[in-house]
Design a protein around this ligand. Structure first.
Ligand SMILES: Cc1ncc(C[n+]2csc(CCOP(=O)(O)OP(=O)(O)O)c2C)c(N)n1
Ligand SMILES: [Mg+2]
Length: 895
C-alpha cells in the first residue's frame, strides 16, 4: 500500500521506490529500525545543510495510539456512561437552578459537557489520592467544568443538596459552592485554583518539578504522585501556557500530564477556524520535546480507517479545518456527508458504510471511553519527559440543539421541553415536573451506579477532590539566631539586602529549619549578593553539574547539584512565582513545610506576575516574597521601568498578604521571625511581602521594647533630646531606605530649634488594616471607644507630622485619619527617571531637605515658624518651589 499523498505523485517513479523500500523496511525489520535509518538520512541531509521544515513535527491527524495497541477497557462502560449521565444532569441542574433562582449568578454547562468523559475515565481509572505508599496526584480541572465535580461529590454523598442549590452562592445558610475551584473558599475540597486562564499550566509544571526537588533532596519519598491538569484549547493562547513548556522537558517531568480539551471553541467563536488547534499544539509540544498523544477519532471511525486503503479518508481529515469540524457538529447527516465527500468517488464509497444518522452521531475521540483510556494509559507508562494529551471534543456535547454552537458557552437556561428532552436522553429517573424544575438526582443507596462509583474511588485511594493538610509545625527560630542583625552593624555600612542574605544563610544552617528553606531567584543571584550561598546550599539541578564552572577556582563557584537547595530560575518571573507557589503549598500538597524565600526585582513582581500572586492567595500559599532593589529613588540610575515606588501599594490589594518596608536589619529580623512563627508554627494562611534595598548605611542596634511595634507596623525609634519650645515640634515617619533621609532631616530641623521625634513605620498596610478593623468594630460597638493602634501609639502627641517613604503617597495617606495633627505625606508618585540617588530624592521631594521643608511649612501654617525662617530654610536647603511636580510631569526638566 502506498498512501494517497504518494499516489498523487505516482508518476514520480523514484519517489515510489523510496517509499516502497521504506515500507518494506518497516514491515520486515520493525519501527525502531525504520526510525534509525530515517534519522540517519535526515542527519545526512542536515550535515549537508539541508534542513527539513517544521512539517516533521506533525503526525497525521488521527489517534496516536493505533487500534492494534489499544488496551482492553478495564471498566464497565455501560455503567460508567449511566453514571456520567447522572453527573451531566446534576451539573446542568445546578446551573439551571442558579438561573431559575433569578439571582443572575450564572454558571456554565458547555465546558463540562465536553470534558465529562475524559474526567470520568480519569476518576474511575487513573487519578489516585495520597496514601501510605503513594504520593498522591495533584489534579487541576478546567475551572468552568466545576459543576461536574460538584455533581460527582453530591452523588457520592460528600455534598448536600442544599450546597448544590447554593452553587455560586457561598454566603447562603447551609453553605454554598464557589463558582470555580478556589481552595481559599473551600479548603477541604479544592486542591488548586484554575480560574484564571493560562496560570494552571506553569502551576502544574512547577508543582511537578518541585515534587522532584523534594525527592532529590530527601524531603519526600520517591513514591510517585502525578500532576494531571486539564486546560481548554482556547486557554492555550495564553502566553503562560506555551511560554513555560520547555522547562518541563528540560527537567524530564515524567510525573506531569497536561490534557487539552480541544472542543475547537473558546467563548463565542472557533479557536482556530482556519487551521487545526490540535496540529498546532502538537507542533509546539513536540518541538519542546513533550510526549504528545492525540485522541481525535472515536471507535466508529476505526472501521472506516480499515477500508481506507489509499489514505483517502485520512487525506480528507487533513484538509478539513476546525471551522469545518465545528460546522459538522451542528449539521445534519446528509449535510455533513455532502460537504465531507464533496464529489470524491472513493471517499463516497468509504462513507457509504455509514447511514446518515450514523454520520450525524459519529463521535470524536474525546467522547469515547476506550480511546481516552488508551491515551491515559500510555501517559502513565511514559518514563521520558512530560506528556500532553490533545483530545478532540464537542463543546456542549449532548446538549441537544446547542452542541458546538458559538453561543453554547453562555448557555445558562433551557426551556421546559428541552429539560424534559434532556432528562429522556440521559435516562434520569425523574418525572416531568421534577425534570422541568431541574431537580437533582442521586441514585439510591445500594444501586449499581453508586456502588461502582465508590468502589472505583476506593480502589484509587478515596474520593477526589479532597484537600488534606497534615503537616508538622515548625518552631519559630529564636530571635538570637539573628543576633548580628539585632545588635546592629557597628561602624559598618550595609544594606537590608545584605542583612537578608546573612539571615538566609543563618536559616540554612538552622538545625530544625535549615532543610526546609527554599531560596528562589530569577535571573541572577548575584544581583542580590546571594552567590555566597552557592557553596553552602548549591543550585538545584536535576542533572547535577556536568561541567567545570568557569569560576571553579574562586571562593564562590557556580555550583549545581541534584540535592541543591537554591532554585535559580533564569529570567522567568512567572516560573519563579510558580516555584514559590509550589514551595509555599508543599505543606498541603506533600505535607512538607518548605519555606520559600523568593527574591526578585520588586518592580517585576506585582505588576508583572500579580495574577500569580493572587493565585498564591487562593491556594493558601505561605512564604516570603522579597522585593529586592526596591524603592523609586533607592535603585538609582535604572530609570522608569525599574524603579518601583508602587509595589507596596499593590501589595495591600492581596488580602492575606502582609507587607513590610523595613529600614533596619533588626526590623527585618523581627519580621521574618514573626512570619515563620505565624506561617509555620501557628500554621496561619498568610504570606509576606518585604521590600529590601541596596543602599548601604549603618544598621543601628535594636532599641528596647520595639519588637511588637515592628510587627504591628510602627514604633517610636528616637525621641528628641529636647523639649519643644513654643509648640515647635515635628514628628517624622520614615520607612525603608528613606529612613536615612528622615534622620538627616531630623538634624536639619533640630538645628533650627525644632524638637523632632523619629517614628519608624515598617508597614503602612498593616497599620491601615488594623485601623480599619478597629473602626469597624467601633461602628458596631460605638460606646467602647476602641482606638486604632496608630491613634493609641501617637496619643495626644503635639506638633506636626510628616511621613516619607520611597513609595506613593497613598501609602502614608492610608493612616491619615488616625494621626492627631497636621499631616504631610511625601512620596514618589510618578514614573522613575535615570538619575543618581540624591537627585532622584530631590526630584521626588523625599530628600532630607524636602522632608525638613515639609515640616517647616506645616509649622509655618500653624504660625509656629516665621516667614523669614521659612525663606532662609528654602535657601539653605536648596528648595525649588517652582519645580515641576514629579507625580504628573512629562519628561524630567528638573534642575
Ligand atoms: C485570564 C482569563 N481571561 C479570560 C477569562 C474568561 N474566560 C472564561 S472561559 C474562557 C474561554 C475558555 O475557552 P477554552 O479554554 O477553550 O475552554 P472551553 O470552555 O472551550 O473548554 C474565557 C476566556 C478567564 N477566566 N481568565
Ligand atoms: Mg475550547
Amino acid at each position: 500500500m502506498v498512501s494517497r499523498r504518494a499516489e498523487t505523485i505516482a508518476h514520480d517513479v523514484e519517489l515510489q521506490e523510496w517509499l516502497e523500500s521504506m515500507e518494506s523496511l518497516l514491515r520486515t525489520e520493525g519501527p525502531e529500525r525504520a526510525k534509525t535509518i530515517f534519522r540517519a538520512v535526515q542527519e545526512y541531509l542536515a550535515d549537508e545543510h539541508v534542513t527539513i521544515d517544521s512539517a516533521t513535527l506533525n503526525t497525521p491527524y488521527r489517534n496516536t495510539v493505533p487500534l492494534d495497541q489499544q488496551p482492553a477497557y478495564p471498566g464497565d462502560i455501560e455503567l460508567e456512561s449511566r453514571i456520567e449521565n447522572i453527573l451531566r444532569w446534576n451539573a446542568m441542574a445546578m446551573v439551571l437552578k442558579a438561573y431559575d433562582g433569578g439571582t443572575g449568578v450564572g454558571g456554565h454547562i458547555g465546558t463540562y459537557a465536553s470534558a465529562a468523559t475524559m474526567m470520568e475515565v480519569g476518576l474511575n481509572h487513573f487519578f489516585r489520592t495520597k496514601s501510605e505508599d503513594y504520593g498522591g496526584d495533584l489534579i487541576g480541572i478546567q475551572a468552568h467544568a466545576a459543576p461536574g465535580v460538584y455533581a460527582r461529590a453530591y452523588v457520592e454523598g460528600r455534598l448536600s443538596e442544599q450546597q448544590l442549590e447554593n452553587f455560586r452562592r457561598e454566603l447562603q445558610p447551609g453553605g454554598g459552592l464557589s463558582s470555580y475551584p478556589h481552595p481559599r473558599n473551600m479548603p477541604d475540597f479544592w486542591q488548586m485554583p484554575t480560574a484564571s486562564m493560562g496560570l494552571s499550566t506553569p502551576t502544574a509544571i512547577y508543582q511537578a518539578r518541585f515534587a522532584k526537588y523534594l525527592e532529590n533532596r530527601g524531603l519526600k519519598p520517591k513514591n510517585g504522585g502525578k500532576v494531571w491538569v486539564f486546560i481548554g484549547d482556547g486557554e492555550s493562547d495564553e502566553p503562560e501556557v506555551l511560554g513555560t513548556i520547555n522547562i518541563a522537558s528540560r527537567e524530564n517531568l515524567d510525573n506531569l500530564v497536561l490534557i487539552v480539551n480541544c472542543n475547537l471553541q473558546r467563548l463565542d467563536g472557533p479557536v482556530r477556524g482556519n487551521g487545526k488547534i490540535i496540529q498546532e499544539l502538537e507542533r509546539s509540544f513536540r518541538g519542546a520535546q513533550w510526549n504528545v498523544i492525540k485522541v481525535i477519532w472515536s471507535g466508529e471511525w476505526d472501521k472506516l480507517f480499515a477500508i481506507d486503503r489509499e489514505g483517502v479518508l485520512q487525506d480528507r481529515m487533513e484538509r478539513a479545518v476546525d471551522g469545518d469540524y465545528q460546522m459538522y457538529s451542528v449539521s445534519s447527516g446528509p449535510e455533513v456527508r455532502d460537504h465531507w465527500v464533496a464529489g470524491d468517488q472513493q471517499l463516497e464509497e468509504i462513507m457509504r458504510v455509514l447511514s446518515d444518522e450514523e454520520i450525524r452521531c459519529i463521535r470524536r475521540g474525546g467522547h469515547d471511553h476506550k480511546k481516552i483510556y488508551a491515551a491515559f494509559d500510555r501517559a502513565t507508562r511514559n518514563t521520558k519527559g512530560p506528556t500532553v494529551i490533545l483530545i478532540k471534543t464537542i463543546k456542549g456535547y449532548g446538549m441537544e440543539g446547542h452542541e458546538g454552537s458559538n453561543a453554547v458557552h453562555q448557555k445558562k437556561n433551557l426551556s421546559r421541553e428541552e429539560r424534559i428532552e434532556t432528562r429522556n436522553r440521559l435516562a434520569i429517573d425523574l418525572d416531568d415536573d421534577a425534570a422541568a424544575r431541574a431537580d437533582f438526582y442521586r441514585p439510591p443507596e445500594g444501586s449499581p451506579e453508586l456502588e461502582y462509583l465508590r468502589a472505583r474511588r476506593d480502589h484509587l485511594g478515596g474520593p477526589w477532590p479532597r484537600r488534606i493538610v497534615d503537616c508538622p509545625s515548625l518552631p519559630a527560630p529564636a530571635l538570637d539566631v539573628f543576633k548580628d542583625q539585632i545588635n546592629g552593624s557597628g561602624e559598618r555600612e550595609l544594606s537590608t539586602t545584605m542583612a537578608f542574605v546573612r539571615m538566609l544563610s543563618k536559616l540554612l544552617d538552622h538545625d530544625e529549619l535549615g532543610r526546609y528553606i527554599v531560596p528562589i531567584v530569577p535571573d541572577e543571584a548575584r544581583t542580590f549578593g546571594m552567590e555566597a550561598l552557592f557553596r553552602k546550599a548549591g543550585i538545584y539541578s536535576s542533572e547535577g553539574q556536568k561541567y567545570r564552572p568557569v569560576d571553579s577556582s574562586t571562593l564562590m563557584p557556580y555550583r549545581e547539584a541534584t540535592d541543591g537547595q537554591i532554585l535559580q530560575e533564569g529570567i522567568c518571573e512567572a516560573g519563579a512565582m510558580a516555584s514559590f507557589l509550589s514551595a509555599g503549598t508543599a505543606y498541603a500538597v506533600h505535607g512538607v513545610p518548605t519555606i520559600p524565600f523568593y527574591v526578585f526585582y520588586s518592580i517585576f513582581g506585582f505588576q508583572r506576575v500579580g495574577d500569580m500572586i493572587w493565585s498564591c492567595g487562593d491556594m493558601l500559599s505561605r512564604g516570603f516574597l522579597l522585593g529586592g532593589t526596591s524603592g523609586r529613588t533607592t535603585l538609582n540610575g535604572e530609570g522608569l521601568q525599574h524603579e518601583d515606588g508602587h509595589s507596596q501599594v499593590v501589595a495591600n490589594t492581596v488580602p492575606n498578604l502582609l507587607s513590610y518596608d523595613p529600614a533596619f536589619a533588626y526590623e527585618l529580623a523581627v519580621i521574618v521571625r514573626d512570619g515563620i512563627r505565624r506561617m509555620y508554627q501557628k500554621q496561619e494562611n498568610v504570606f509576606y511581602y518585604i521590600t529590601i534595598c541596596n543602599e548601604n548605611y549603618v544598621m543601628p542596634p535594636m532599641p528596647e521594647g520595639v519588637a511588637d511595634g515592628i510587627v504591628k507596623g510602627m514604633y517610636c525609634f528616637e525621641r528628641s533630646p529636647r523639649q519643644a519650645k513654643a509648640g515647635r515640634k515635628a514628628h517624622l515617619f520614615g520607612s525603608g531606605a528613606i529612613m536615612t533621609e528622615v534622620l538627616k532631616a531630623r538634624d536639619l530641623l533640630e538645628d533650627l530649634d525644632i524638637a523632632t521625634d523619629i517614628w519608624s513605620v515598617t508597614s503602612y498596610n498593616e497599620l491601615s488594616r488594623e485601623g480599619l478593623t478597629a473602626e469597624r468594630r467601633a461602628m458596631f460597638s460605638p460606646h467602647q471607644h476602641e482606638q486604632p493602634y496608630v491613634r493609641q501609639l501617637l496619643g495626644e502627641e503635639q506638633g506636626v507630622f510628616v511621613a516619607a517613604s520611597d513609595y506613593m503617597k497613598a501609602l502614608p495617606l492610608s493612616i491619615a485619619r488616625w494621626v492627631p495633627g497636621p499631616y504631610v505625606v511625601l512620596g514618589t508618585d510618578g514614573y522613575g527617571v535615570s538619575e543618581s540617588r540624591p537627585d532622584l530624592r530631590a526630584y521626588f521631594e523625599v530628600s532630607a531637605e524636602y522632608i525638613a521643608w515639609a515640616a517647616l511649612a506645616s509649622l509655618a501654617d500653624a504660625g509656629l515658624v516665621s516667614d523669614a525662617e521659612l525663606e532662609s530654610a528654602a535657601e539653605k536647603f536648596g528648595i525649588n518651589r517652582d519645580k515641576p511636580n514629579a507625580a504628573v510631569s512629562g519628561p524630567p526638566d528638573f534642575g
